[in-house]
Design a protein around this ligand. Structure first.
Ligand SMILES: Cc1cc2nc3c(=O)[nH]c(=O)nc-3n(C[C@H](O)[C@H](O)[C@H](O)COP(=O)(O)OP(=O)(O)OC[C@H]3O[C@@H](n4cnc5c(N)ncnc54)[C@H](O)[C@@H]3O)c2cc1C
Length: 140
């Protein structure tokens, strides 16, 4: 880390707002509901949000007073599910002591040779899959 020419350091932050629109302006993506890199879902949230907003505007024939609240209503549970992933993952991603790092590495080494590791991994990624699919996309 001390020798790296491109060392990257930043906070893990989420954006949580009561509303994502004001008048004719609406936010999508990180500006509205950043879930932080810890969720691993920021790109999906940004793309899905843009798609849902565009679909809503089309369905409302461009009337933002209808489309913006509808966008917010359909996106908010999806956003909250994926932001919750971020807060849950952070505890595993940012370990706070050397012993936690050692324990984590040991667990990975122990799981790797196990014949049932695919089942274990499926259980680990199940909450991610659930959050990532927690929205029905509109067809346009
Ligand atoms: C280290 C790291 C790791 C990540 N890992 C993942 C991952 O594994 N999976 C995942 O899904 N997501 C990940 N993300 C999150 C993901 O990158 C973001 O959630 C996603 O890029 C958000 O897209 P966006 O379009 O909302 O914002 P951005 O991608 O930030 O786009 C905003 C754009 O607006 C531009 N801009 C800002 N201000 C102005 C201005 N005044 N005028 C003009 N342009 C402006 C910026 O330059 C930028 O290009 C990670 C993020 C980081 C930082």
């Amino acid at each position: 880390m001390t020798g790296a020419p491109d060392f990257y350091y930043d906070s893990m932050s989420q954006v949580r707002m009561e509303t994502w629109h004001a008048g004719p302006v609406a936010l999508v993506g990180d500006a509205a509901y950043c879930a932080s890199p810890a969720s691993g879902q920021g790109t999906s949230l940004a793309l899905v949000g843009a798609y849902v907003l565009a679909a809503g505007l089309k369905q409302a024939a461009g009337d933002h007073t209808v489309a913006f609240p509808a966008h917010e209503a359909s996106m908010r549970p999806f956003v909250e599910a994926n932001q919750a992933l971020g807060t849950a993952n952070i505890k595993r991603m940012v370990l706070s002591s050397r012993s936690q790092v050692r324990m984590s590495m040991l667990m990975l080494r122990l799981v790797n040779p196990l014949s049932g590791k695919d089942r274990i991994m499926a259980k680990v990624v199940e909450p991610i899959h659930r959050a990532a699919t927690a929205i029905d996309l509109p067809t346009v």
